[in-house]
Design a protein around this ligand. Structure first.
Ligand code: 5GP
Ligand code: ZN
Length: 115
């Protein structure tokens, strides 16, 4: 398996991991688009939203509860934060292992994610 995010899950390649539970791992994005830019990924290799099956319901839910937990730990709710999932090449997905971006840490995150 040559997936870079799977290798972050197995710790074969390093990442600044800031949260982990049985279903998900969260780590700092290597090329942050905001002062706080964290990626939440399922430990299971799922390529995109299109590949989520009904049996993955717990995993999908874990991604959202992890986002809430991380936002709380980072004191983001006071300022607000943005969750982005790029789904497919045309939407800007570059890594084909499902991931949720959490962006925050500045007053104005803008109308869209500008990169
Ligand atoms: P996408 O464009 O697929 O939605 O987002 C992929 C994200 O993964 C990008 O924001 C990129 O900076 C981040 N990324 C790619 N490779 C690595 C890596 O090896 N380590 C970390 N921490 N982030 C990565
Ligand atoms: Zn993977």
């Amino acid at each position: 398996m040559s997936c870079i995010f799977c290798k972050i899950v197995t710790k074969e390649i390093p990442a600044q991991i800031i949260y982990e539970n049985e279903n998900v791992v969260a780590f700092n994005d290597i090329n942050p688009a905001a002062p706080l830019h964290i990626l939440i990924i399922p430990k299971k290799h799922i390529e995109s939203i299109d590949d989520i099956s009904p049996a993955d319901a717990d995993i999908s839910a874990s991604m959202f509860t992890a986002a809430k937990e991380i936002a709380k730990n980072k004191n983001l709710p006071d300022y607000g934060y943005r969750i982005i999932i790029n789904n497919g090449k045309a939407a800007g997905q570059e890594v084909f292992h499902l991931h949720m971006h959490i962006l925050g840490g500045k007053d104005n995150l803008g109308p869209m994610l500008q990169r």
